[in-house]
Design a protein around this ligand. Structure first.
Ligand code: SF4
Length: 103
């Protein structure tokens, strides 16, 4: 008897993460309206991603995981972002799946 099963755990190839290129952010806050759990405007007027613990991640290129229930909101943010600066990529191979550099 054999059961085909991936290794248990969180090594799901569908795991996604998101980052913002602040150099292009216009500060309009559309992403924050779509997904306030993931994005936040700082006092510098630019948007940043937040950690699981709600902490603003201000390092250049900082990423945060995209929770599955929020995926659509994050994707919509990337589509609507006037700065074209929200990048969603696969954790497993760093390939951008939504955003300006997606295929
Ligand atoms: S939607 Fe894009 S341009 Fe607007 S605040 Fe968010 S990251 Fe910046």
């Amino acid at each position: 008897m054999s059961v085909q099963q991936d290794a248990p755990g969180d090594n799901d190839t569908q795991d996604l993460e998101v980052w913002i290129d602040q150099d292009l952010c216009t500060g309009d806050g559309i992403c924050v309206q779509y997904a306030p759990e993931v994005f936040e405007l700082d006092i510098d007027g630019l948007a940043y991603v937040k950690s699981d613990e709600d902490e603003l991640l201000q390092d250049k290129g900082a990423t945060t995981p995209v929770p599955l229930p929020l995926l659509q909101d994050v994707v919509d943010s990337a589509k609507e972002c006037p700065g074209d600066c929200i990048h969603v990529r696969r954790v497993s191979d760093n390939v951008e799946v939504y955003g300006p550099d997606a295929q």
